[in-house]
Design a protein around this ligand. Structure first.
Ligand code: MN
Length: 567
């Protein structure tokens, strides 16, 4: 049932009211295509409706650009449609502020940040539906913007869809982005491929009839035998690996066989191999050993009639649906692979991601759950596997992955120890903040550094990452060691040449005491019968004070000469 039919049936329902408000709010706006802006909101909501999402998500789909692009506030949405719809609209609005600037290394963190910021898979679905419609209508905007959106789609949103197991959506997004990212290559494919496609299709159509007959003879009746043409974007990627030789792409058009049971999959494979010899090394059992994104199927390439290569993909109906739209588990492999660190951390992370994958699996059986068990449905949509991580952005657009509660000092050390050590201040979203400020996901953090600055011991009281703690400790140790080797002077020795008399030493010490200088020790000796030498160590190192003291001491007539040395 389409959205308009739903509204006819329930005119005052959530979807009906969202439709009315969105249409009114966007009334004066036009898209670059010249169509009324509302047509975009409606198209995005229709996609969500096709994905069988709940009513709040479809309503939020209708309203997804209202807060960002019209005078209507989030408070109004909350009042009119409730917390849930407002939460979803706010989530999509937050995501629209993230701009991918093509920092390749951190792209994985950016994908995670999008998930963490969303908090709810439904926010991602709305964003994906929004992006799908924007990509389908991308022709009407300026070239530079087209390229940026296509790149973001190709590197961020299509991979997210892939991991959510939405293979069809992921493939379509890559395909839609392809002409904008590789215009020359696209032109080449458009010129070169159709003839090859055509020839393959013709050949395989004939072959399909033969195959069906053979299965029948052997007492097997697969549900369907389909011919599937490879998408341009993935064809191009494959061609690059095969010297741009179309002849070598055996799955340009593949034969897809859908069976009723797993046993039938293997039976079908056996029959195919009985009639046509398989190419060695091209038999893949992704049923026994699914791909990391949980893709399941049997693949084989055989030498068919006229010596031509034919690729078969054999799977049950259930596998097929899961492959196309279901849920993927790619995530944890990537994760454990990409992150050096201690094993416990990697394990904890993996455990968390398994939970995530589990949640996604549960979601697989979600179609219909929205109606049957709304509470279960909402619970399965929560993204909480990142609730103890935060993702903050550098001014260059890199995403930094930190534990919850992390401060600008942690952020600085995460970028580089030199930046951490030289850190003197920080701005979050343009505002100066205290060093123990807690960063939130999506914050833009700017670190202010000063050359030669050393870390403060106080930082140890609030940093959360071991990287920061270790570096601060190391820097403090280094400072102590420096003090050791340079040895700051602590005392002065006065060397006095004098003739002796009774009470002279007492006169000298009282002059010193009156000058507020503390005596450490006194040592006298006879250098000859006429002169004595006194060595007096004092605790001051203040030159001025010492020189003044010397002037006073020189007034004592028995003192012939005074010199001093700071030790
Ligand atoms: Mn939009």
């Amino acid at each position: 049932m389409g959205i308009k039919e739903t509204i006819k049936k329930y005119p005052t329902g959530l979807i009906g009211r969202a439709y009315a408000l969105a249409e009114r709010a966007h009334a004066k706006q036009k898209r670059n295509t010249g169509e009324p802006y509302f047509s975009h909101a409606l198209a995005a909501a229709e996609i969500l409706n096709q994905w069988k999402l709940d009513e709040a998500t479809i309503a939020a789909g209708l309203l997804h650009d209202v807060v960002e692009d019209t005078a209507i506030t989030l408070e109004t949405i909350k009042k009119e449609f409730g917390e849930d719809v407002a939460f979803l609209v706010n989530g999509v609005t937050k995501l629209s502020h993230i701009k991918y600037r093509g920092a390749e290394e951190k792209v994985e963190n950016l994908r995670k940040m999008i998930l963490a910021l969303s908090q709810d898979l439904r926010v991602i679905f709305i964003k994906l539906a929004d992006r799908l419609h924007n990509m389908r209508t991308l022709g009407a905007i300026p070239r530079e913007k087209q390229k940026r959106i296509a790149l973001e789609t190709d590197e961020i949103y299509a991979p997210i869809a892939y991991r959510l197991g939405m293979q069809n959506l992921s493939g379509e997004l890559h395909d839609l982005a392809f002409p904008y990212l590789f215009p020359k290559e696209y032109e080449w494919l458009k010129k070169t491929v159709p003839d090859a496609y055509e020839a393959r299709l013709k050949y395989l159509k004939k072959f399909k009839g033969v195959t069906a007959g053979i299965f029948h003879e052997n007492g097997l009746e697969p549900s369907t035998i389909d011919l599937r043409a490879k998408r341009y974007a993935s064809l191009y990627r494959k061609l690059q690996r095969y010297n741009m030789d179309l002849e070598k792409i055996y799955d340009l058009v593949a034969v897809r066989i859908i069976t009723k049971t797993v046993a039938e999959c293997y039976a079908v494979l056996g029959i195919i191999h009985k009639y046509w010899p398989p190419l060695p090394g091209r038999i893949k059992d992704y049923i026994a050993l699914p791909k990391s994104n949980n893709y399941r199927s049997l693949h084989t390439t055989v030498i068919g009639p006229e010596g031509k290569f034919i690729e078969f993909q054999i799977r049950t109906k259930e596998m097929h649906e899961e492959n196309e739209n279901g849920i993927a588990a790619h995530w944890m492999y990537e994760q454990s692979k990409n992150r050096p660190g201690n094993a416990t951390d990697a394990f904890k992370k993996m455990a968390k991601e398994i939970t995530w994958v589990q949640q996604l699996r549960n979601w697989l059986s979600w179609s219909g759950t929205a109606q049957k068990n709304p509470e279960e449905f909402l619970k399965s949509m929560k993204i909480d596997f990142f609730k103890d991580r935060i993702f903050a952005i550098t001014p260059k657009g890199d995403v930094i992955d930190l534990p919850a509660g992390a401060t600008p000092v942690d952020f600085a050390y995460q970028i580089h120890s030199d930046i951490g050590n030289a850190c003197v201040g920080a701005k979050v979203n343009g505002e100066f903040i205290a060093m123990d400020h807690k960063i939130q996901s999506g914050d833009l953090v700017e670190i202010i550094t000063q050359k030669g600055k050393r870390p403060s011991e106080d930082w140890l009281g609030f940093v959360t990452t071991s990287t920061a703690r270790d570096h601060i400790r190391a820097a403090i140790k280094e400072k102590d060691a420096l003090r050791e080797t340079k040895r700051i002077p602590t005392k002065t020795e006065l060397r006095i040449v004098m003739t002796d008399r009774v009470g002279l030493l007492k006169d000298i010490t009282s002059v010193i005491a009156r000058s507020h200088v503390n005596i450490l020790n006194i040592h006298t000796s006879n250098s000859s019968s006429r002169f004595h030498i006194g060595k007096i160590q004092c605790t001051t190192t203040d030159k001025q004070k010492i020189e003044k003291l010397i002037l006073k001491l020189k007034k004592i007539k028995e003192i012939k000469e005074i010199s001093y040395q700071i030790l």
